[in-house]
Design a protein around this ligand. Sequence first.
Ligand code: DGI
Ligand code: FE
Ligand code: FE
Ligand code: FE
Length: 187
Amino acid sequence: MERHEALAIVRKQLTEHRYQHTIGVMETAIELAKKYGADVKKAELAAIFHDYAKFRPKEEMKRIIIEQNMPSDLLQYNAELWHAPVGAYLVKTEVGIDDVDILDAIRYHTSGRANMTVLEKVVYLADYIEPGRAFPGVDEVRELAQQNLDLALLKALQNTISFLMKKNEAIYPDTFYTYNDLAKKIK
Ligand code: DGI
Ligand code: FE
Ligand code: FE
Ligand code: FE
């Protein structure tokens, strides 16, 4: 699928602000894919569709998680986590993309997981550092992303977990598994 077609499809699902974020993720993911050797076309499409389900009603996402036998523990955690796996499902069924690498990059873009592929890391990190993002620590991760993909990802996970813990939010197990996996491998 060509970029202009994909962008036209996703634009209808998003607010203007979220669409501009998506453009930033796309451009950043392409840069990172070239730098770290992921498939550039897959990175482009995964980035374009990564937040496809962001504005679906919670009840619809909940129904899909149950009916499609997604990990049911998701329902015990913040609903912000749901748009990632539900997005992977809807991008397959509504958009017709069936490339598992692209769908997994969408599925794991919020929590990450242990043993992420380079493509999954690229999309996760691009979502975190795209030019429109402005939160404490993002510039440090941008600089690390120029040097070392895993170190940048580790720092992004540290920041995310710390931020969530300060808000007394529960941390989804995959988020910890992502952090632990990177922390052990970096040693
Ligand atoms: O969809 P985006 O805003 O572009 O970014 P995202 O999909 O990476 O993250 C969406 C939200 O999910 C963000 O506010 C942080 C939150 N989040 C990520 N991991 C966890 C989490 N929330 C909880 N409660 N637990 C997590 O492990
Ligand atoms: Fe997201
Ligand atoms: Fe993210
Ligand atoms: Fe995003």
